[in-house]
Design a protein around this ligand. Structure first.
Ligand SMILES: C[S@@+](CC[C@H](N)C(=O)[O-])C[C@H]1O[C@@H](n2cnc3c(N)ncnc32)[C@H](O)[C@@H]1O
Length: 650
């Protein structure tokens, strides 16, 4: 019984809530108690009797050829095993113990349990948290299993602690904090895509910055211990505001919740206390599942979330999905692509506002009947900027003559029919040409274009507008007037693993357009390249180089950088902007997703140390490309030399 629904579109994994249980050799009874009666969606249950130790098998007269597992595979149907049970690997195992017997017993048990879970086609197994400072032998065993595993996921349990919050942890032999523990383990397993994290949440939480890092990690499950719940005035459980926000963040990132622990609050219907055990043996004695109050509270938090805005709903399928950027100069866009752009009313309203301001600046109120402004839309597509220009003229009472220049012959067909349809024959002239080569019959007062990519200049707006500014008057206005690209270091395990899955260099040296969702921004974004139009220098040079330095704040802890998110901010005219840079983003504009520049090898950065990054925009006779690298804290290779993997054609 999922937590409820936030609407018919709601297919999120985080609708489901599980419960951690004790070992039971009556698995159907366990499911009936926790799922059918208890209301949970799945159980996280031990698969093997916790008293089992391989080294003592046979010594006590038990049959050494039979594993002490919970029932047989026949007790549930295959679909019940896979949808209702997450295997909990024995928590006593310690693969890095000094005690050789324990270490070997642990390895044998771990492998037996995982083999059994995989035989049952479970979707996931919960691995116990590493016990000491070192986790090398544990990681080695897991890594061996991962090499031949079916598609089962392994969730490494990690207690959410942070040294800054827990001075005792600092002096213990534990790795610095939870993230460091996870990071060592996943590095030893080479970022394996079937290894993910289960965070154990308790009553104290690390700093917000430190918590944010987890949203770029493959976090699948958050285990809420009952002791992290507060008690409301009526004795029922509730969560602190910070815990509530964290849980809402989990819901938003499709991270499932598992309730764990004993009843510490009032049970629905009256009784309270910790006497009720989370076991099917008590099914007859306890009417209501003892952890039901926690499930209900989590369900209440889920249902009180705001529904996703329509646009976000539409974009759900694009989340964290890598796309190749468009090449509108080299390729001709298709009708469908134009149609998607044209739905973005916010973008065109911003243009209309900018054009209206430029028109009023150019033609004083007392000259409106004498002056006709020549406006050229260069790269007119199917005409939305022509419409925005005519509306701006009407709004300001200025007279306009429009040229619509477009190099895509298919879009020109649409422009011709539009002119007839809208009755623009006397105002608009269509020109089927590349703006860089058009011999204009007169000069323009205003040049309007939208040739921007997610990284501003990456669809070659600078090169196109340099070609077009020949026919802009000396004092003419370009809309946009300028644009700047930005980058921000990010943790993005999913994007990194998707790039890695191609198993070649080319994909690591390519930039992708992506609706970023499961990522963590690690510092504020910094400006990279700026272009101003028209360019007044005698020798125009569109090559650029920028060295950037980011600092990871101390309360974040160490971070893993998988690459860079790229954005742009375009000044259309005066104070009218179009931006996808997070701090200045134009609300409700959806034409551009950010761009992702991956790193071939992720780089770990300690807090307080600078992350030094270099970006180049290179220009050749037939193409433009970017190269990028990191030089501190450690050098990366320079990505994409000579544009060998990724370039934009001129
Ligand atoms: C991103 S689309 C924008 C279309 C339209 N202005 C809009 O805002 O919906 C860019 C358009 O510019 C055109 N374009 C790109 N480079 C061009 C060039 N050098 N000369 C003429 N048109 C160009 C493309 O074919 C495409 O139709």
């Amino acid at each position: 019984m999922p937590l409820g629904s936030r609407g018919p579109w709601d297919k999120s994994e985080s609708r489901y809530c599980g419960v951690e249980t004790e070992f039971s050799d009556d698995v159907p009874g366990l499911l009936s108690y926790n799922i059918s009666s208890g209301g949970f969606d799945f159980v996280v249950a031990p698969l093997m009797n916790p008293s089992y130790r391989p080294s003592s098998v046979g010594k006590d007269g038990r049959n050494s050829s039979v594993m002490p597992v919970a029932g047989s595979d026949l007790v549930l149907s295959p679909s019940e095993w896979s949808s209702r049970v997450v295997g909990k690997i024995s928590s006593w195992i310690d693969l890095d113990s000094e005690d050789q017997t324990l270490r070997l017993d642990s390895e044998t048990t771990l492998k037996q349990e995982l083999a059994w879970a995989s035989h049952l086609s479970l979707q996931a197994c919960l691995l116990p948290a590493p016990k000491g400072a070192s986790c090398a032998n544990y990681a080695r065993s897991i890594n061996q299993v991962l090499q031949g595993l079916n598609n089962m996921q392994l969730w490494l349990r990690v207690p959410l602690v942070h040294v800054d919050d827990d001075p005792e942890e600092k002096s213990s032999s534990h790795p610095n904090d939870s993230w460091e523990l996870w990071n060592s383990f996943r590095l030893l397993c080479e970022h394996h895509s079937q290894l993910s994290v289960a965070l154990d949440i308790s009553s104290s939480l690390p700093s917000p910055n430190s918590l944010c890092r987890w949203f770029g990690e493959p976090l699948r499950v958050a285990i809420l211990n009952t002791d992290c719940f507060l008690t409301n005035t009526r004795g029922y459980p509730c969560l602190s505001k910070r815990h509530q926000n964290l849980v809402t963040g989990f819901f938003n990132h499709s991270i499932q919740i598992v309730i764990s622990g004993k009843l510490l609050h009032k049970l629905h219907g009256g009784s309270s206390g910790s006497a009720a055990l989370n076991s099917n043996n008590n099914a007859e004695r306890v009417q209501t599942h003892p952890l039901r109050v926690y499930l209900d509270y989590v369900g209440y938090l889920y249902q009180k979330m705001d529904p996703l805005p329509e646009q976000e709903r539409f974009e759900l399928g694009y989340r964290d999905f890598l796309q190749s950027p468009l090449q509108p100069l080299m390729d001709n866009l298709e009708a469908q692509t134009y149609e998607t752009f044209e739905k973005d009313t916010v973008k065109y309203l911003q243009y209309q506002m900018a054009i209206a301001k430029a028109l009023t600046d150019r033609v004083p109120d007392d000259k409106v009947s004498d002056v006709t402004t020549v406006l050229m839309v260069v790269g007119a597509g199917r005409g939305p900027l022509v419409r925005a220009s005519l509306q701006a003229a009407e709004e300001t009472g200025r007279k306009l003559k429009v040229y619509a220049v477009e190099k895509n012959p298919n879009a020109v067909v649409t422009l011709h029919s539009l002119i007839k349809l809208e009755g623009w024959e006397n105002t608009v002239t269509i020109v089927s040409s590349d703006m860089r080569h058009w011999d204009a019959p007169e000069k323009a007062d205003i040049l309007v274009s939208e040739l921007l990519g997610s990284f501003g200049d990456n669809e070659l707006s600078p090169e196109c507008l340099d070609g077009a500014q020949r026919f802009l008057r000396q004092d003419g206005i370009s809309i946009p007037t300028s644009y700047t690209s930005f980058i921000q270091p990010i943790t993005a395990t999913k994007l990194y693993n998707d790039v890695k899955a191609h198993k070649d260099l080319v994909h690591f040296e390519t930039a992708y357009v992506v609706k970023m969702h499961s990522i963590a921004g690690l510092a504020s974004s910094h400006p990279v390249f700026t272009f101003i139009h028209p360019q007044h220098s005698v020798e125009i040079d569109n090559r650029r180089y920028k060295k950037l330095e980011f600092e990871i704040s101390r309360d974040t802890g160490s971070v893993m950088v998988h690459g860079f998110a790229g954005y742009f901010d375009a000044k259309l005219y005066k104070d009218v902007h179009l931006s996808i840079e997070p701090s200045t983003a134009t609300p409700n504009m959806f034409s551009w997703f950010p761009i992702f520049f991956p790193l071939r090898k992720p780089i770990c950065v300690k807090p307080g140390l600078p992350l030094e990054v270099h970006f180049w925009r290179c220009v050749g006779s037939t193409k433009v490309w970017y190269e990028w690298c990191v030089t501190s804290p450690c050098p990366s290779p320079i990505h994409n030399p000579n544009g060998r993997s990724y370039w934009v054609g001129l």
